[in-house]
Design a protein around this ligand. Structure first.
Ligand code: NDP
Length: 497
């Protein structure tokens, strides 16, 4: 029996009943009574439904968050208790990891292995990291002129609206919620309508861990209704967003047209992965391969532009394509699967549209390039790992974020040319350089306009290290101490002595 036909464990099935909104510590129906279908993209089947939140529901969630904030049910708690509760959330995520990872795999199409490592365990680590910050967020005393004591208070900004995407539903939710809670804020989370199940489970777990009602609320709904209502709400103090550049612009507009709430944006990327001839080419090959095919290419930091020095280009791209051809694509619940299904039919079609554009613009298709419909995969939304070579920097597939398993290989001849190509898109999220020349590595790290530069490695993340964009990849940082700046306001207090 394949993993796909094995009955799901009871612990998972329990969370596949029709789901409601999570407001003020309990499930609540949407005012409209409408629901949204959540589908399994690997099987094209209905998993369950969730409530379709409209503006009234968002308002109810914001009111619950506001009340908890003003009554200080969370921010007024002893810091050591808040630290313990955040730590408890991490412990409970780890305790329920099998069930939570399976939910994420089922709703997203990623492999169970990816849902575990880059999902549940990464989210748990993020809560632990920010648990450690609770008792360390503090102001400063400043030596001002005159007979005054001047000091600063770092206060929570208030009610945070977190709007997160479908590619790492749990991890990215944790990147917003954990620092917001560490700072004493209350949160309304709007997950993608494609992947709401992990977010609802997280809210339940947070309640079990001791988080008071109203401090974390989840509104499942569409972006243009629930997301927009949150972004325009006059009583939301901050929006923390990860998603497309297009939506990022809409959020800035919504903030400008409402209460000038703070906005931080982690947007798309078209990250260059640059390989010099002196690199450890086996390691670079592995880095290039997983740089694009991790999470089926649906990752903002994907190394979707492979810049290879002309001296090694043909051999390197040839080996990479051979490896991609052999990649095992299929049932995400099967441990032997390396790459699962794209998140939705629409996303698959979008990816196939980009592949078509690459062919039409004259890039050379080295492998893949089509939907994978072998066997059971015909029911789901699978795309074969795809490599293009002879890509020029201005082609659409070299400029736009595809968000799928499609690699564009570009030839370069000098470090200067590599920098020019690397910086030649509107994005600036991540990048990598492969070389044994330490001077070249540091020079490149300084010249590339991106929020992350990996040297002889790819896609490393740590809860302590900041992540975010340059240019139109956004602003503000997730993770590390820098994220705390997004969720605190600084107050200057003057005392005449
Ligand atoms: P979106 O930016 O539309 O979605 C991200 C989140 O924003 C979702 O929760 C979405 O809700 C919500 N949203 C959408 N429109 C609005 C709005 N007007 N106001 C408030 N919230 C809104 O990404 P898509 O899902 O449409 O994906 C499209 C492309 O975006 C991808 O192919 C990829 O290129 C890029 N992307 C980048 C991501 C990243 O990590 N940087 C993540 C996801 C996508 P809902 O899904 O319910 O509509």
């Amino acid at each position: 029996m394949s993993a796909a036909t094995t009955p799901l464990p009871e612990t998972v099935q329990r969370h596949l009943r029709p789901r409601q909104l999570f407001i003020d510590g309990r499930e609540q129906e949407a005012a409209s009574g409408q629901s949204i279908e959540v589908r399994n993209p690997a099987r094209g089947e209905l998993l369950t439904t969730v409530a379709d939140a409209g503006p009234d529901d968002v308002n109810r969630a914001v009111q619950a968050a506001r009340l908890s904030f003003e009554k200080k049910t969370w921010r007024g708690m002893k810091p050591s208790d808040r630290e313990r509760i955040l730590w408890n959330i991490a412990d409970l995520l780890v305790k329920h990891r099998d069930e939570v990872a399976m939910l994420e795999s089922l709703e997203n199409g990623k492999t169970l292995r990816e849902a575990m490592g880059g999902g549940v365990l990464a989210a748990a680590d993020c809560f632990r990291y920010y648990a450690g910050w609770v008792r360390k967020i503090c102001g400063e005393t400043i030596p001002v002129d005159g007979p005054f004591l001047n000091y600063t208070l770092r206060e929570p900004v208030g009610v945070v609206g977190a709007i997160v995407p479908w590619n790492f539903p749990l991890q990215i939710a944790a990147w917003k919620i954990a620092p917001a809670l560490a700072c004493g804020c209350s949160v309304v989370l709007k997950p993608s309508e494609l992947t709401p199940l992990g977010a609802l489970r997280l809210a339940e777990i947070a309640g079990e861990a001791g988080l008071p009602p109203g401090v974390l609320n989840v509104v499942t709904g569409y972006g243009w209704t629930a997301g927009d209502a949150l972004a325009r709400h006059m009583d939301v103090d901050k929006i923390a967003f990860t998603g497309s550049t297009h939506t990022g612009r809409a959020l800035l507009k919504a903030a400008a047209e409402s209460n000038l709430k703070r906005v931080s944006l982690e947007l798309g990327g078209k990250s260059p992965n640059i390989v010099f001839p002196d690199a450890d080419l086996e390691a670079a090959l592995k880095g290039a391969f997983w740089g694009i095919f991790t999470n089926k290419g649906e990752i903002c930091s994907a190394g979707s532009r492979l810049l290879v020095h002309a001296d090694i280009h043909d051999e390197f791209v040839g080996k990479l394509s051979d490896r991609a051809r052999k990649m095992r694509v299929g049932d995400p619940l099967d441990k032997a699967t390396a790459m699962g299904a794209q998140v939705s039919e629409a996303q698959m079609n979008r990816i196939l549209g980009y592949i078509q554009a690459g062919v039409e613009e004259g890039a050379q298709l080295r492998c893949g390039g089509e939907r994978d419909t072998e066997g059971d995969k015909a029911k789901g939304y699978f795309v074969k790992p795809t490599v293009f070579s002879e890509v020029t920097p201005q082609m659409k597939i070299a400029q736009e974020e595809i968000f799928g398993p499609v690699l564009a290989a570009i030839r370069f001849r000098s470090p200067e040319e590599a920098v020019e190509i690397a910086n030649g898109t509107m994005y600036g999220l991540a990048s990598a350089v492969w070389t044994k020349d330490i001077r070249l590595a540091h020079r490149m790290a300084a010249e590339i306009k991106a929020g992350s530069v990996w040297v002889n490695t790819y896609n490393n993340f740590d809860s302590g290290s900041p992540f975010g964009g340059y240019k139109q990849s956004g602003f503000g940082r997730d993770l590390g101490g820098h994220a705390l700046e997004q969720y605190t306001a600084v107050k200057s207090v003057w005392v005449a002595l």
